[in-house]
Design a protein around this ligand. Structure first.
Ligand SMILES: *Cc1c(COP(=O)(O)O)cnc(C)c1O
Length: 397
């Protein structure tokens, strides 16, 4: 059968056609009125997408570049920081903190799990300069309680900053950035914004800007103060990724359309979309007797444990070979044990039903147990019918 290449990976994610066209046709030089207008429009819209009144900056780098900017701008060598880690991306914070000479206190939860707020409360103290965490840990599919963590950090006033890698959290998770008091929130273009890799962005609180006056870690390209000064004049410090800004503008316009002209409402609709795709996928996987890997699953992606004795790499390969669908294997120690299906950004009902139908065939070919065709799809249909139409049963009533 004909096969269409489809990404179900937690970044890069499927591209919005309007974003692709916008970037393909964009030619303006970056020091022109045309680019300045686009740049200012995008930065203003990004505040609504992030859901903050604070300044949002966009840099040409992958998400990790902005994670590095958080560490280099907000800490000094020797600073005590708290890293909350429960997966590969949490471990990245530890690596970054060490690379910049911080003294990280690492609070880890097992892969697939999240943190106990009491453990966090016991470790946050005024001398802890910053707390680093993920909103959603893309390597395990776990959702962390950013609101609960923020509450604990804010109990310590302005001494401790909270930095959230929301690279797969933004656009998939309801985050009250200003209300909870998140000091730096980080996103990447290749996730819920439905555009190619190459841009990362951040929202920065006044507390965090103030911290930058006294920190001494080395930084140059990633000096956020310099970028903020330029942005205030409608410019970037260095050559921006102009065509990616065009794509970003188109993506934000699309999300605004999802909110009938209101970008903040569009963001909420995008989050609800991911939540529904995720709920359908979880129901489908469970109906096939599969176990979810994460105890508190994120809407960004669903991590599913491979059946006993079956390497998840075989599942990933079968998805690709039979359906040209790209799902993600586990990373590091989770490789071979789990596979991950993303719901970040440009996924709809048909994508979700389709990947579950494919999952039934993949398991039927590879697993020891008998697969009842339609079981996963049926469970997903019921979730969809209940949430969209308020009906308990769609099939087999
Ligand atoms: C994708 C991702 C990143 C960034 O990775 P890059 O490859 O540098 O873009 C960081 N954190 C999380 C949670 C992610 O999902």
């Amino acid at each position: 059968m004909l096969r269409k290449n489809r990404l179900f990976t937690p970044g890069p994610t499927p591209l919005l056609p309007a974003a692709q066209t916008a970037m393909a046709s964009f030619t303006a030089h970056h020091r022109t009125a045309d680019f300045k207008a686009l740049f200012q429009h995008v930065l203003a819209d990004m505040k609504d997408f992030v859901g903050t009144k604070n300044d949002v900056l966009v840099l040409a780098c992958s998400g990790t570049g902005m994670m590095e900017a958080a560490v280099s701008n907000l800490t000094s060598p020797g600073d005590k920081v708290l890293v909350l880690t429960a997966g590969k991306f949490g471990e990245r914070w530890t690596g970054l903190a060490k690379a910049f000479g911080c003294n990280p206190d690492v609070l880890s939860a097992p892969y697939g799990e999240t943190f106990s707020l009491n453990d966090i409360r016991a470790r946050v103290a005024p001398e802890v300069r910053a707390v680093f965490v993920q909103a959603t840990e893309s390597s395990t599919g776990a959702r962390h309680d950013v609101e609960g963590i923020a509450k604990i950090v804010r109990e310590h006033g302005d001494e401790t900053l909270l930095v959230v890698d929301a690279i797969t959290g933004l656009g998939t998770t309801h985050l009250n950035v200003d209300g909870w008091g998140v000091d730096m929130i980080i996103g990447g273009s290749q996730k819920a914004l439905m555009m190619p890799p190459g841009l990362a962005y951040c929202g920065v609180s006044e507390r965090a800007w103030k911290r930058m006056d006294t920190t001494t870690s080395p930084r140059y390209y990633f000096d956020l103060r310099k970028e903020r000064k330029s942005a205030a004049k409608g410019e970037t410090a260095y050559t921006p990724a102009t065509s990616l800004f065009a794509a970003m503008g188109a993506a934000l316009e699309y999300i605004r359309g999802m909110g009938n002209g209101d970008l903040a409402k569009g963001r909420e609709a995008l989050v609800n979309n991911a939540e529904l795709c995720a709920e359908m996928t979880r129901a489908g996987a469970k109906a096939l007797g599969l176990k979810l890997f994460a105890a508190s699953p994120a809407a960004a992606l669903t991590a599913i444990t491979a059946p006993d004795g079956l390497d998840s790499g075989k599942i990933v390969k079968e998805f690709r070979e039979s359906f040209d669908a790209v799902v993600a294997n586990g990373q590091g120690e989770m490789k071979g044990k789990i596979f991950r299906i993303a719901h970040i950004g440009y996924y709809d009902y048909l994508d979700t039903i389709g990947i579950l139908g494919a999952l039934e065939h993949v398991l039927a070919r590879l697993a020891e147990t008998r697969v009842e065709y339609g079981a996963a799809v049926r469970a997903a249909q019921e979730v969809y019918a209940r949430t969209q139409f308020g009906k308990r049963q769609l099939v087999g009533a």
